[in-house]
Ligand binder design. Structure first.
Ligand code: B1M
Length: 208
């Protein structure tokens, strides 16, 4: 089995204690960080499919998520370069009711590496927390919202509405996450949408 395949299997089966060592071994063997990340994202796809089919349950999904996060921790310095410019502040969070943060953390990492100071509000962030944080950081340039559940898409819509209704200006709102589309982003009045962490980092640079 190739090292990358071993990593994929280890994430799928939630081998939280083995994953860091496997990722380091793959890097030492010359594998590219982006290829390792892609394998781990594939693994989460497999985990999600097994969950949909009722072959595994929330605890297994949670452990797979923890394994992936441990793998990402090893990959971090290889994924994100040192930013040489300062592009301003970016407030990021996963919207209310949603506990998924692996993708949001990757987006935060990539945005930070392009030169933003990232203020990460975490998961299950109520709309008013975004508004308060924008008020406390009047120099913020980008607000980034993540949602992974179809059931939390309305919370994303409500968050954009609350931010707009607050009358605060001077920043752009970017949204993303597995169920989010450009059409949805347009329909809720977001300024931008990105399908993945890499394109989110590219997109935010064009917004400021
Ligand atoms: Co959940 N879960 N989960 N889960 N989970 C999904 C999302 C699901 C698709 C699985 C499935 O059924 N196939 C499904 C959602 C179905 C739907 O809504 N249509 C689902 C469900 C149903 C649930 C629960 C409701 C299960 C239950 O309790 N019955 C529950 C909800 C809890 C809650 O949030 N209130 C739940 C819970 C969990 C865990 C806590 C166990 C765990 C999360 C752990 C964590 O995040 N710390 C978990 C996991 C691990 C998953 C899957 C398997 C993996 C998610 C992931 O990390 N993917 C997922 C299935 C899947 O994704 N295939 C699933 C890897 C990650 C890198 O990708 O997050 O998509 P992703 O991020 C990408 C892009 O989306 C994008 O860039 C990222 C990187 O390229 N992106 C942005 C994300 N945010 C962005 C923001 C941007 C731009 C791009 O701009 C700001």
């Amino acid at each position: 089995m190739s090292k990358i395949q071993e990593i994929k299997t280890a994430v799928e089966t939630g081998k939280t204690k083995l994953i860091a060592g496997l990722v380091q071994e793959a890097l030492d063997a010359g594998e590219q960080a982006n290829d390792i990340l892609a394998a781990m994202i594939d693994a989460m796809g497999v985990v999600g499919d097994k969950f949909s089919k009722g072959e595994i349950f929330v605890p297994e999904m949670l452990i797979a998520g923890k394994a992936m996060q441990k793998g990402i921790d090893v990959l971090k310095p290889h994924l994100a370069g040192e930013a040489s410019v300062s592009l301003g502040k970016c407030i990021i969070g996963t919207v209310a009711g949603d506990l998924h943060d692996i993708g949001k953390n990757l987006v935060a990492l990539m945005i930070e590496s392009t030169g933003f100071e990232v203020i990460d509000l975490g998961v299950d962030v109520p709309a008013n927390k975004f508004v308060e944080t924008i008020k406390a950081n009047p120099d913020v340039k980008v607000v980034a919202l993540s949602a992974l559940l179809t059931t939390t898409m309305p919370a994303m819509k409500d968050t954009v509405a609350a931010i707009r209704e607050s009358g605060l200006t001077g920043f752009k709102i970017i949204v993303g996450g597995a169920p989010i589309t450009q059409e949805f982003a347009d329909s809720i009045g977001a300024d931008a949408y990105a399908p993945d962490a890499g394109s989110a980092a590219v997109k935010v640079k064009t917004l400021v």
